[in-house]
Unconditional design. Structure first.
Length: 57
């Protein structure tokens, strides 16, 4: 079990140091600071949930 945790820790460190992760976190931060983008994102989430609910009916 300890070996698995060590490997998982290394994987986490590799992900955090990767440029794509950093780009994602930067974009996430920009979204948090942009009220219009946040509103659009929330509306997209809301509509996505509606579509998912239609699929289950």
């Amino acid at each position: 079990m300890e070996e698995i945790l060590e490997i998982a820790s290394k994987l986490g460190a590799a992900i955090v140091s990767h440029n794509r992760y950093k780009t994602f976190k930067d974009a996430e931060e920009q979204l948090k600071n942009d009220d219009e983008a946040k509103e659009i994102s929330e509306e997209l989430e809301k509509q996505s949930k509606k579509v998912s609910a239609l699929d289950t009916d």
